[in-house]
Design a protein around this ligand. Structure first.
Ligand code: URA
Length: 236
């Protein structure tokens, strides 16, 4: 993400903005091998090479990962008894990562892991209509009428009306569902409303991203293009 050089230097060296500006004004800060004197310049922290007094700065404020969540892990930062998705990120303890939204312990699939709170809040806010697509396996044959029911929405336990969801039936026991909200046990409760039990649940897509080609439990950094797209989706 673009960040002002004085803010970047202040964060990276743990000094005040004023001290950072003095370092810059004195020509001690080099960006891509050239001295930079304008404190107001934006740099791209994951692309540009920043040096202070000839020492390369390896500081990254925000992290953005795409994880293929395995079953057996809970969507929390820490837990005394159960492994969490953040436990998979060995070596990133100082980054204070957290998952964007929740998947149940037995649910697998696409999950964004970051330490950017603003982006997270927006991505999980139903107002921004971020699409989540699930591959669902149920316990008895799916009825065509569900397609209409899911599209028009229905009340779950008098608690909330579901937003329109797109259901595609693949065969008797398998379907894809696209939703733009993420209430607790959303998909399981939607099927339960019609008497089905969800036997297997895999999130195949979150917004524009899919972790389906990563092995379960593995992750990768998002590319700059992928991060920019996410920001655009939620008007950041
Ligand atoms: N809906 C569910 O029921 N569970 C999940 O993990 C995600 C969506």
């Amino acid at each position: 993400m673009p960040i002002r050089i004085d803010k970047y230097i202040a964060d990276a060296l743990n000094v005040s903005r004023k001290q950072a500006r003095i370092l810059i004004a004195k020509g001690r800060v080099f960006v891509n091998e050239k001295p930079l004197f304008d404190s107001g310049t934006n740099i791209e922290d994951s692309v540009d090479s920043i040096m202070v007094d000839g020492q390369k700065i390896n500081y990254q404020k925000y992290y953005y990962f795409l994880l293929n969540k395995p079953a057996g892990y809970i969507s929390a930062k820490t837990d005394d008894k159960t492994p969490t998705v953040i436990d998979l990120f060995i070596g990133y303890e100082r980054a204070e990562l957290f998952p964007v939204g929740r998947l149940d312990k037995d649910t697998t699939g696409t999950m964004i892991i970051t330490n950017n709170g603003l982006l997270t809040h927006r991505l999980i806010n139903p107002k921004f209509n971020v699409e989540k697509e699930y591959a669902v396996t149920v316990n008895f044959p799916l009825k065509e009428s569900l397609i209409h029911d899911f599209l028009t929405g229905f009340s779950i336990n008098d608690e909330f009306m579901t937003k329109p969801a797109i259901l595609t039936i693949i065969d008797d026991f398998h379907a894809r569902v696209i939703v733009t909200e993420g209430k607790y046990h959303q998909i399981k409760r939607m099927f339960k409303h019609f008497g089905y039990e969800v036997m297997q649940l895999d999130r195949v897509r979150f917004a524009t991203l899919s972790a389906s080609d990563l092995a379960l439990g593995s992750y990768r950094n998002l590319t700059i293009e992928e991060i920019n797209k996410l920001f655009r989706i939620v008007n950041l």
